[in-house]
Design a protein. Structure first.
Length: 208
């Protein structure tokens, strides 16, 4: 059985061997038209089935009917998946909203319509987290931070945060040692703030 497609139909031809004999100079194969069937047929029509042998029916099942059924099943699954898929609808909605936004520059849209659109979007069930927007941190200002810290420390001392120094031996207290360290950090060794400012040209060296 041979199958030849013409448009949306498949023609079936039966091959018959014609041997050499009287009036036949050499043996050859002749093809006889049997019938036709739609390319997407999933079952064998009864009027065609009576013309075919079991082997020919099996060949038709293997070549035409089986693949057509598989294609229809796959198409049905795709249609079912599309029916429940919200993503392509959102893609289409996004495209249309973009077009509407462009055209609204010439012909404004009522606020109520936009609010209704936003309300509909809020009802969409989402998964995952939105990407975090990059934080715009102000440039650090160590000098400003130091000034604020000194102001806060002064206020704390005045408000009694560290109490009163003892009448004698105040140089041995933790507060005095911290104050000495602060002085050294501001105006002391080569690593002090004053030396750094002098090197940068923001402060002058004191004359000895």
């Amino acid at each position: 059985m041979n199958f030849k497609r013409r448009g949306s139909r498949i023609s079936l031809y039966r091959s018959i061997w014609v041997p050499k004999g009287p009036g036949v100079t050499h043996g050859h194969t002749c093809q006889y038209y049997v019938g036709s069937i739609c390319v997407d047929a999933t079952a064998l029509p009864s009027e065609l089935a009576v013309k075919l042998s079991p082997d020919e029916c099996a060949a038709l099942e293997r070549k035409v009917l089986g693949p057509a059924r598989e294609a229809k099943t796959a198409e049905l699954r795709r249609a079912q998946a599309r029916e429940v898929d919200p993503n392509w609808r959102l893609d289409e909605a996004l495209r249309l909203v973009g077009e509407a936004a462009l055209r609204s520059q010439a012909d404004g849209v009522m606020v109520s319509r936009v609010q209704a659109l936003k309300a509909a979007v809020d009802k969409v069930n989402t998964v995952g987290d939105l990407p975090e927007a990059p934080s715009e941190q102000a440039p650090s200002d160590p000098l400003g931070e130091a000034l604020n810290a000194i102001a806060a420390a002064s206020q704390a001392v005045r408000q009694g945060r560290y109490g009163r120094a003892p009448d004698t031996g105040f140089r041995k207290t933790r507060v005095f040692k911290q104050w000495t360290a602060i002085l050294a950090a501001i105006d002391g060794a080569e690593s002090s703030l004053l030396r750094a400012l002098q090197e940068a040209g923001y402060a002058t060296r004191r004359k000895r």
